[in-house]
Design a protein around this ligand. Structure first.
Ligand code: SF4
Ligand code: SF4
Length: 182
């Protein structure tokens, strides 16, 4: 069992009813992540995207979450307070079924990194630039069990197993060790 340690949990609360679809959050996020910093802005590079349908007054700010190599077998569609939201509107995944959260040049997945935890920022930039208070930043402290650090080799093998499957790796290792015996 690992030891208990304190951890700061960072949260951004999204109040979609307050969002007016201005997209200032997308502009500042993509500018912060430009190279060099603030040299350009392209919402396609933003780690927050606003699902917009202005004629129906639908605006959903969504943060980029985990990458998934496969799309869901089924889709979900929400109706809230009489407003119907498009399929996958609330999903944070960088997924093959849509263009959101992919770096436009390389196609690599994007994920919100809380502005790289930049110590010079009092709050994440998207929160600072949201003048409608649709995004509210909060921090809380939690006690968590400290995990044993993984060996470098274990991390590498885990990535290979996710990509090729454990059987394929075992097969390859067996073949390699056979060829070393000769
Ligand atoms: S917290 Fe920072 S990295 Fe995340 S979406 Fe907002 S501006 Fe982008
Ligand atoms: S900055 Fe705020 S109001 Fe504007 S689109 Fe983003 S979340 Fe919505």
């Amino acid at each position: 069992m690992g030891e208990k340690k304190k951890k700061i949990v960072k949260t951004i609360k999204v109040d979609a009813d307050k969002c007016n679809g201005c997209r200032a959050c997308e502009v500042i996020c993509s500018a912060f992540h430009a190279t060099p910093k603030y040299s350009s802005n392209n919402p396609a590079r933003s780690r927050i995207r606003v699902i917009r349908d202005p004629l129906r007054d639908v605006y959903v700010p969504v943060y980029a979450g985990e990458y998934t190599p496969a799309e869901c077998a089924g889709r979900d569609k929400y109706t809230i307070d009489g407003k119907e939201y498009e399929e996958c509107a609330f999903c944070r995944a960088s997924c093959p079924s849509r263009d959101l959260f992919k770096e436009p040049d390389s196609g690599l997945p994007l994920k919100c990194d809380m502005c790289e935890s930049d110590p010079d920022l009092e709050e994440p930039l998207c929160v600072q630039w949201c003048l409608n208070d649709a995004l509210i930043y909060e921090e809380r402290e939690e006690e968590v069990e400290e995990e044993e650090p993984k060996e470098e080799m274990e991390i590498g093998l885990e990535a290979l197993a996710n990509k090729y499957g454990l059987d394929k790796i075992m097969e390859t290792v067996a073949r390699m060790s056979e060829s070393k015996k000769v």
